[in-house]
Design a protein around this ligand. Structure first.
Ligand code: GLC
Length: 800
């Protein structure tokens, strides 16, 4: 263990005494006598940015993550000079900056310490990097838990662990592999039921230590750049995530089909094979909305070209598939083949768009096509050029989305798997080396791709998926977790990664269902699909090395189970879409680990397996072979077993049956869950009515249903339909009231109510204060269903 004295003697420089202070609007600047500057910026009542400079200088602001347009403004700001510190007070928090060493301490309004510097900011001149290593250490409180950091495969709670951010191509990664593909330097601390977040906006190679090296200290540092971080006060974990997501940018709504089922493999070719696969889905009546073309569709792996032998008429094929309800998505990698006869290469050479080494030559590296050069996506001109390259694939050929891969960036056959440090980047007019641009490279590629797809698919909505990302990439793209393995351990890793990504502002994510490397057994595939349909992004993908991985690859029983779960996803599409809308509107995580759902219950702090899908459905995957069920923790409150409709009171661990055709699934009592009929793809059939499953409770619960045209941008002009439904249940009475917002006219006119757990026989029913006969409502006592006009305001049911 390193002691404080050792740290001080290791060449670390700490801020000296405060010599001057100034305050301009939302920004406070503290100057120390040794040239350290601390700039404190009040973003919101709950968000404070801390940026440090050394040598008497503060670098000019530039961030790829924080939107210039992100919500700012506070209700209150007072700054008072005290004997030993400055006291900054907003309507939510109090922050002290010490005069002796610029250390900060943050309190809530009751005076409880939320987050406190240990050694605080310090830095070290680094000869190796010709710059500084910037460091921050905070006190880790006993019992404090930590969450977040993007795609890390470790257990949910990060306490006593250490991590690195340096996007890396990690084929067949494992539970302890670090770093991984994505760079999300954001974590959440939870102590004494109060949560806060720290977003360290630094794209250099960075590190996080959650009380591992020193048990009472959490620290983070980067091999360059600035100590520049945002403190976000909760006190709820969910609000930390929402605010972080707003700060780094909320996503737009995807087209509804993108929430359907996607089928992928490396690779489906030639055209006849693609058609075989898509026909088989329709023949077996397994819903599917998207089919993927991996690298083999290209001519010699040259991006933006087609192999004309394998795909003689891609436009026709894509259009035929579209008729069948399939959206086609193709992969595009960053490596551009060095080939003087290839137009993309020529254009980039003519315009000087490729990355170069420090001494001038191009950055050359091997990827699928052999020797490649790589566009510098941190240059806005390159991004604009790249975006325009999509005209062919999107506008002309008719692809519905693009899959970006290998953008860490991955280079084959070199020990560090990526560019050397000295490669130059534009960094939007702030030229720098790869040390600074590495962690943002893939994110900027996804951004440029998104801009291109958006431009050429308009007036429809774009769909992009990326492997690498930095904080904020959720604005442009969905993502998957990279090259996992078909093992039971990886099923559990996928479960954790999906939850962690949701906690890290990137909800629209999922694993390669079934595993990328190696081949799953039918049982593992079935268990994985059962979990995967509850992940915001739902795609089967495999390397194809060990055989096929389609729903019909195993036996008929597995095919039927797969169909059943995919159908369940399609039924729940309006619920999932509503959940996405909440994410897009408020930054709410689409999946909630139990700690997010109920942080006040300490039992949830170390749980990994159970999570909430949206805010009403509890899911817990089966993660072992030969299981007939499992023990799981049911969070506090009343729940319905989705399959048996039995009720259970949470706050305890219980055994739940779930044979191979089931997954432990519970619905919060009082919830109203919207449902569509099963379709083979989004928009296949007219929706005759919207089913609302009402899970009776004695008490109150609010639910919402968001719908719109499922594609396009009319919703931004108010053409959406938002049903706010309040449920009130008594011993012998139910009242459901609806408040509607938005101008969108849904194609159905009727709501079908489906009551679950109704504890009484119905005496009479009133709709908007008028008694209605059972016949007029088509009330079926056996199934407990009835039909109502979609514009009802109040449904009043009185029991006998
Ligand atoms: C990478 C991707 C994988 C893809 C393969 C071929 O390994 O992670 O999803 O199938 O490259 O393009």
């Amino acid at each position: 263990m390193i002691t404080n004295t050792e740290l001080h003697s290791q060449g670390n420089v700490f801020p000296g005494k405060l010599t001057s202070f100034d305050h301009v609007v939302d920004t406070l600047t503290f100057h120390a006598d040794n040239g350290v500057i601390l700039q404190v910026q009040i973003f919101r009542d709950s968000v404070i940015r801390f940026k440090y400079g050394t040598g008497g200088e503060l670098e000019k602001d530039f961030s790829y993550a924080v939107e210039a347009t992100s919500n700012r403004g506070y209700n209150k700001l007072s700054v008072v000079e005290k004997k030993n510190f400055y006291e900054i007070t907003t309507s939510k928090i109090v922050c002290h900056i010490a005069k002796t060493d610029l250390k900060s301490r943050i309190f809530d309004l009751t005076g409880t310490i939320i987050c406190e510097d240990e050694l605080g900011f310090h830095y070290e001149e680094s000869y190796q990097y010709g710059g500084e290593v910037v460091k921050m250490s905070k006190k880790a409180k006993p019992g404090e838990s930590y969450y977040g950091l993007g795609d890390k495969p470790a257990d949910n709670n990060l306490r006593a662990k250490r991590f690195e951010m340096w996007g890396t191509d990690q084929y067949a990664f494992g539970k302890t592999t670090d770093p991984l593909y994505k760079n999300v330097p954001f974590y959440i601390g939870l102590q004494n039921k109060v949560a806060y977040g720290i977003f360290f906006d630094n794209t250099f190679r960075s590190f996080f230590d959650f009380a591992q090296e020193r048990h009472h200290v959490t620290s983070f540092w980067a091999q360059g750049g600035n100590m520049d971080y945002y403190f976000i006060y909760g006190p709820e974990v969910t609000s930390v995530v929402s605010v972080y997501t707003e700060l780094t940018g909320k996503p737009e709504l995807p087209p509804l089909w993108a929430l359907g089922f996607h089928q992928c493999k490396w690779s489906y070719y030639p055209e006849s094979n693609v058609r075989e696969i898509t026909s088989k889905f329709r023949e077996l009546q397994i819903p599917c909305d998207a089919i993927y073309l991996d690298i083999d569709y290209m001519d010699g792996f040259r991006c933006f070209t087609w192999d004309n032998e394998k795909f003689p008429n891609p436009t026709k094929m894509i259009s035929d598939l579209r008729e069948e309800g399939f959206k086609t998505i193709a992969i595009i990698d960053p490596g551009i083949k060095v080939d003087p006869d290839y137009y993309v290469y020529q254009e980039a050479m003519e315009n000087d768009y490729f990355c170069k080494r420090a001494d001038g030559p191009y950055m050359k590296g091997k990827v699928w096509p052999g020797e490649c050069y790589f566009p510098d996506y941190t240059n806005p001109k390159v991004r604009a050029w790249w975006a325009d390259l999509f005209k062919g694939l999107i506008a002309d050929n008719g692809l519905a989305g693009i899959w970006n891969d290998m953008n860490e960036p991955a280079v084959m056959g070199v020990p560090n798997k990526t560019f050397p440090d000295d490669v130059r980047h534009d960094y939007d007019g702030h030229p720098c080396s790869h040390r600074k641009a590495h962690n943002i490279y893939g994110a900027q590629m996804a951004r440029a791709t998104y801009e291109g797809v958006k431009k050429y698919i308009y007036p429809k909505r774009p769909f992009v998926i990326t492997r690498s990302a930095y904080s904020g990439t959720q604005r442009y793209s969905s993502s998957w977790f990279g090259d996992n393995v078909a093992t039971w351990e990886h099923l559990s890793i996928a479960n954790i990664q999906a939850q962690r990504m949701a906690l890290s502002g990137m909800s629209f994510a999922g694993s390669d269902i079934g595993g990328f490397a190696e081949q799953p057994t039918g049982e593992l595939f079935a268990r994985w699909i059962a979990l995967g349909v509850f992940h915001p992004f739902c795609r089967v993908h495999s390397s194809g090395d060990h055989g096929d991985q389609e729903p019909w690859t195993f036996d008929e029983n597995i095919t039927n189970i797969t169909r059943k779960f995919i159908e369940l996803r399609y039924k729940l599409l309006p619920y999932l879409y509503t959940t996405f809308w909440q994410y897009a509107e408020e930054g709410t995580p689409m999946l909630k680990s139990l700690v997010v759902y109920d942080q006040e219950d300490a039992q949830t702090h170390y749980r990994n397996d159970e999570f909430l899908f949206g805010d009403k459905i509890l899911v817990c995957p089966i993660l072992e072979p030969n299981a007939k069920g499992r023990r799981m923790y049911i969070p506090r409150g009343e729940w319905y077993n989705f399959w048996t409709r039995e009720t259970i009171t949470g706050g305890k661990e219980v055994w739940v049956d779930a044979d191979i055709h089931e997954i432990p699934l519970f619905v919060k009592s009082g919830a109203i869950i919207p449902r569509y009929p099963v379709m083979q793809y989004v928009g296949e059939k007219k929706i005759e009515f919207l089913t609302l499953d009402v899970y009776y409770t004695r008490g109150k619960e609010k639910s919402i249903v968001y719908e719109d045209a499922a594609d396009g941008y009319d919703y931004k002009k108010g053409r959406f339909s938002l049903r706010n439904l309040s449920f009130k249940g008594k011993e012998k009475e139910i009242i459901i009231s609806q408040y509607k917002d938005g101008k969108y006219m849904t194609e159905y006119e009727t709501l079908r109510f489906n009551f679950i757990g109704l504890p009484f026989k119905i005496k009479y029913i009133e709709v908007d204060n008028v008694k209605i006969s059972f016949k007029d409502l088509n009330y079926d006592q056996k199934t407990q269903t009835m039909y109502l006009d979609k514009n009802f305001v109040e449904l009043h049911i009185v029991g006998k």
